[in-house]
Design a protein around this ligand. Structure first.
Ligand SMILES: NC(=O)C1=CN([C@@H]2O[C@H](COP(=O)(O)OP(=O)(O)OC[C@H]3O[C@@H](n4cnc5c(N)ncnc54)[C@H](O)[C@@H]3O)[C@@H](O)[C@H]2O)C=CC1
Ligand SMILES: O=C([O-])C1=[NH+]CCC1
Length: 305
């Protein structure tokens, strides 16, 4: 987005939603993930996110700067995640993305980050599924019924042909509200166990800080895109699942600093997803795979630059 005038371009949530299509985003993100995993410090600079915990809301403010020299992208995202009471009208994840002119240092754009976060996170999970889900994947299961659950439903049903989609939410009526807003058929399940048994692809997109998904319920060979639990003491997946699966991440440094599922289970990171995209690490589709997503900021700056 080239802006030669002094005033930055400002795009609100609706404008970002309109401009940011999955058709554009998914291939761009795939390419950005590959470039990120080839990183040498002079080309891509992305420090691990600074996090300010906000204890009273069981949440945090995250500051996420990134510089891609070759692409001419200098940006930062600022994002809050606050645990909301069930049914709250306030979004749990809110964000702004600032783009800077890499030569002059001025702000060129101020972009609503809520839509970027929803779509970019879902697109990253979809790319993980493209490489890691079992070849014959028929059943998709979504745990959670919030913003991320919705964006994941949208992109997964757009890109893949599942025969069955299931959703679980800790309050069944919230799962029902979620389903009522969707176009296609989705089955509401009354327990995580019922939702995940036999599923080929499982998305965990909850605000939980304790494991909700247990390895004993997961079909061998399934692919799990684990989106929540973005703090070092938060979990969504249990030790059995983490230790038995082949674990892929968006960023090794980020995962070692922020993922409770990795740090507390002691699971080994097998590869970054970008290394799979680059052909440097195998996609072990025949094994149970976990993509532990934390939100890699290079990707989102890329998508609207
Ligand atoms: N990996 C990434 O790049 C990103 C991760 N996130 C994370 O994804 C998760 C979901 O975010 P949003 O969809 O924006 O939030 P949301 O508030 O819209 O949805 C959260 C869902 O989790 C459920 N939930 C909350 N606490 C729970 C618990 N203790 N047990 C079971 N279910 C619970 C809620 O009922 C709701 O269905 C959060 O953990 C957030 O930090 C958010 C943005 C990007
Ligand atoms: O990438 C992101 O924006 C976030 N990751 C975890 C919460 C928000």
């Amino acid at each position: 987005m080239e802006n030669m005038s002094e005033s930055p371009v400002i795009l609100n949530k609706h404008e970002v939603e309109r401009l940011l299509s999955y058709e554009d985003l998914v291939p761009l993100l795939e390419s950005a993930m590959g470039k990120f995993s080839k990183r040498d410090g002079s080309e891509i600079i992305q420090p691990v996110r600074s996090v300010v915990p906000i204890q009273q809301h069981n949440g945090f403010l995250g500051l996420m700067p990134a510089y891609l020299a070759a692409e001419g992208i200098l940006c930062t995202k600022m994002v809050t995640f606050y645990q909301r009471p069930e049914g709250s009208s306030l979004p749990s994840t809110q964000a702004v993305v600032l783009l800077f002119h890499p030569e002059r240092g001025n702000i060129t754009a101020i972009l609503d980050g809520e839509a970027i976060t929803s779509k970019r996170t879902a697109a990253a999970s979809a790319i993980s599924a493209k490489f890691l889900k079992p070849d014959a994947s028929e059943v998709l299961c979504i745990l959670g019924s919030g913003q991320q659950a919705k964006s994941h439903y949208d992109v997964f049903t757009k890109l893949f042909a599942f025969k069955e989609v299931r959703v679980w939410s800790r309050r069944k009526e919230m799962a029902q509200v979620f389903v009522n807003d969707l176009q296609g058929p989705v089955r509401v399940c009354s327990s995580v166990k019922k939702a995940v048994m036999g599923a080929d692809v499982i998305i965990t997109a909850t605000g939980s800080s304790q494991p909700i998904l247990f390895g004993e319920w997961v079909k061998p060979g399934a692919h799990i895109a684990a989106v929540g639990a973005c703090r070092p003491d938060w979990r969504e997946l249990d030790d059995e699942l983490m230790q038995g699966a082949v674990v892929y991440v968006d960023s090794r440094e980020g995962a070692m600093a922020e993922s409770g599922d990795i740090i507390l289970s002691g699971a080994q990171i097998y590869a970054e997803l970008g290394e799979v995209i680059n052909g440097c690490s195998p996609a072990q589709r025949e094994r149970t795979t976990v993509f532990k997503s934390l939100g890699n900021y290079v990707f989102q700056s890329y998508s609207l630059s």
